[in-house]
Design a protein around this ligand. Structure first.
Ligand SMILES: Cc1ncc(COP(=O)(O)O)c(C=O)c1O
Length: 386
């Protein structure tokens, strides 16, 4: 791919995943400025881009570190020079926990940090066992920051707020290799609630539950260092809570079509689409054309891609043509169809699983029409699911 660097966007073969670097950098700065304004830490979720280069860019812009969801994602980022990582997920298999413990020993001499979530007594004991075994066999007394994950409405992982969380905090404190770092309270379901009122209601109820849990834990003399959570859809609410000290938003950097369908709240920071699938029209018919990007090029779990329109007269609607094809028809009020060989730009419905379909992202400077390929960004943690 490096042969593309310095060439025009026209030289990019299709289908390909392309990042508009100018837009991405504006999104980066907007979120960094937003976090600074609210005096909260920013720890973007790197499961979205899976790239060490972009994680470092976010940290250079002020992020304290990044989040990942999987042990192997953490390994991929650490081995590419990212040294402050939070696995915002529960890890239970002993062989994986041994890898987590090994990462803490890699990071300790580098001044790096690793954090992880727990939501059960058994999970804490397993983590402690693997950390202790690692300490004994290596002689390195590394530590791991441990966050108790609370279920604040998503009904996925997370212990119930209140007394059950206190039991976990007491257990964490028994293990010298585990450092109780605080609470993770991420409300995934709230991120794509379409109206600001729905999102507000969901997050205010989460904040109430977190505040109560925070008080219960501090009342028995255990300090809750940090409350961390929030995604791109709700970050302003958590940021204004004076309870959350860290935001984990990830999608803001690329912004997908699903997020664009959210109705914006007043004062919410605005992010622009920066991730595109470049595709070519390969077949033309009376009422539709066909492009060469199907769902092997972009994820469709959160809806089909939108076609980036350079003018209102060229609006197209994408429908599913299978693995390798997309079917395009003129949007309502338009009759124009692109000609054979035309290049189009799709905005994926969901950026995270779309990125995971590609080995690299092609970084373009100067826009999608006249831009130049500036660099190739590796998806270092592509396929890291374990
Ligand atoms: C625990 C956690 N934190 C943060 C995020 C980031 O959310 P978003 O990409 O919607 O900004 C996610 C995404 O799923 C997540 O699972």
């Amino acid at each position: 791919m490096s042969h593309l660097v310095g060439k025009s966007v026209d030289a990019i073969d299709t289908p390909a995943l392309v990042v508009d670097l100018d837009r991405m950098e504006r999104n980066l700065q907007t979120m960094a400025a937003f976090a600074a304004q609210y005096q909260v830490l920013l720890r973007p979720h790197a499961k979205m881009h899976k790239s060490a280069e972009l994680a470092k860019l976010q940290m250079a812009a002020g992020a304290v570190g990044v989040c990942v969801q999987k042990t192997s994602e953490a390994e991929a980022l650490v081995s590419n020079g990212v040294h402050n990582i939070f696995i915002t997920n529960e890890v239970i298999a002993l062989h994986k926990l041994a890898r987590v413990a090994a990462l803490t020993r890699v990071l300790a001499p580098l001044g790096g940090k690793l954090a992880i979530c727990v939501d059960s007594l058994e999970g804490i004991k397993r983590l402690a066992t693997c950390m202790n075994e690692g300490r004994l066999s290596s002689g390195i007394a590394s530590e791991i920051n441990v966050f108790i994950e609370l279920n604040v409405g998503q009904n996925r992982c997370g212990v119930e707020p209140g007394a059950p969380a206190v039991v976990l905090a007491l257990e964490i404190r028994k293990h010298p290799a585990l450092n109780f770092a605080g609470l993770q309270a991420y409300h995934g379901k709230a991120q794509h609630m379409r109206s600001p009122a729905e999102r507000r209601e969901a997050i205010l109820s989460a904040i109430k539950a977190v505040r109560h849990t925070h008080e219960l834990i501090e009342n028995i003399g255990i300090k809750v260092g940090l409350v961390t959570g929030a995604g791109t859809g709700t970050a302003p609410l958590e940021a204004a809570s004076k309870l959350y000290g860290e935001l984990q938003a990830g999608s803001y950097l690329f912004m997908d079509a699903d997020y664009a369908a959210n109705e914006q709240a007043i004062g919410q920071p605005r992010f622009k689409h920066a991730l595109f699938v470049k595709t070519q029209v390969v077949s033309v018919h009376a009422g539709h054309v066909v492009c060469d990007a199907g769902h092997k090029s972009h994820a469709i779990d959160s809806g089909l891609p939108k076609v980036h329109a350079f003018s209102s007269r060229s609006e197209l609607v994408y429908s599913n043509g299978g693995d390798e094809h997309g079917i395009l028809k003129p949007a309502a009020g338009s009759t124009r169809l692109p000609s054979l060989g035309s290049m189009l730009w799709l905005i994926p419905g969901h950026c995270d699983p779309t990125v995971n379909l590609h080995d690299v992202m092609i970084g373009v400077r100067g826009g999608l029409l006249k831009g130049v390929v500036e660099r190739i960004i590796n998806v270092d943690a592509r396929g890291c699911l374990t």
